[in-house]
Design a protein around this ligand. Structure first.
Ligand code: GLN
Length: 260
């Protein structure tokens, strides 16, 4: 009899714990009692993922993924690793997925599967506010900055010989901007929505250069390893659609960019 009571009690405790999880939801664990997925992301890629003034890790990607997890009933374990490391973590199976403003490209599709596109973007060049560099023609004999493994780096590499500059690599966007700001390198290559957002900050003294190469325009997608975690990919797509239908997607974009 005592044993039966203990089992009943244990059952009730499990039930109430699950109920608590459903009501709450922290950054590490969103979506209550469902499956848990390890999601890798970048470190400093505002407005998509960044640490805000309250020392909270926030952004469009973070809010989107958490809202999708809630909608689809799964948990997210976040890993803020840097872009190149986040993609590598998916490739090695250390992460189930990556959301980090990752551009959907044919080359990456050889290794990864992408969700439906969730944000449009393209690569731009940025220079110091008081620089007189107006475009690629002015980069001859100079050194520019790029972020390892990104579309910005791919753009810089593709045009390097044509315009005669050298490339210095960084793992993090904010450190790359600082290098241009201090005058070590004369320009950097970055996604336009990210560069535009960062140029408004008082501590970033860079401006976007008009000269633009159309080939590096690709929207962002959520990433899993090719042929793996297909159920997660389907949940992402289904969740994204329901956030778009409910207006929550527009709300998240507006929260971080002031537009939608
Ligand atoms: N969109 C770029 C890419 O996929 C940069 C992503 C990033 O730096 N987080 O290469």
């Amino acid at each position: 009899m005592k044993k039966l009571f203990a089992i009943l009690l244990a059952g009730m405790m499990v039930f109430s714990l699950a109920a608590c999880g459903g009501a709450g939801g922290t950054e590490e664990s969103t979506g209550a009692a469902g499956e848990s997925y390890v999601i890798a992301t970048d470190t400093a890629f505002a407005p998509f993922e960044f640490t805000d003034e309250n020392n909270e890790f926030v952004g469009i990607d973070i809010d989107l993924m958490n809202a999708i997890a809630e909608d689809q009933g799964f948990n997210v374990e976040w890993r803020s690793l840097g872009f190149d490391a986040a993609m590598a973590a998916v490739e090695s199976g250390q992460a189930d997925g990556c959301i980090a403003g990752a551009s959907i490209t044919d080359k990456r599709k050889e290794t990864y599967d992408f969700s439906e596109a969730y944000y449009d973007s393209y690569v731009c060049m940025a220079v110091k506010e008081d620089s007189d560099i107006k475009g690629f023609e002015d980069l001859k004999g100079k050194e520019v900055a790029a972020k390892t493994g990104t579309m910005g780096a791919e753009c810089a590499e593709a045009l390097k010989d044509q315009y005669g500059y050298e490339i210095k690599y960084f793992d993090q966007s904010d450190i790359m901007y600082q290098d241009v700001d201090t005058g070590n390198t004369v320009a950097c290559f970055e996604d336009q929505p990210v560069m535009a957002f960062n140029c408004q900050k008082p501590d970033v003294h860079l401006k976007i250069v008009a000269d633009r190469k159309e080939d590096y325009s690709t929207p962002y997608g959520f990433v899993v390893l090719k042929g793996q975690n297909q159920e997660l990919l389907e949940k992402f797509n289904a969740g994204l659609q329901s956030l778009k239908d409910s207006g929550k997607y527009d709300e998240i974009i507006a929260k971080y960019t002031g537009t939608n």
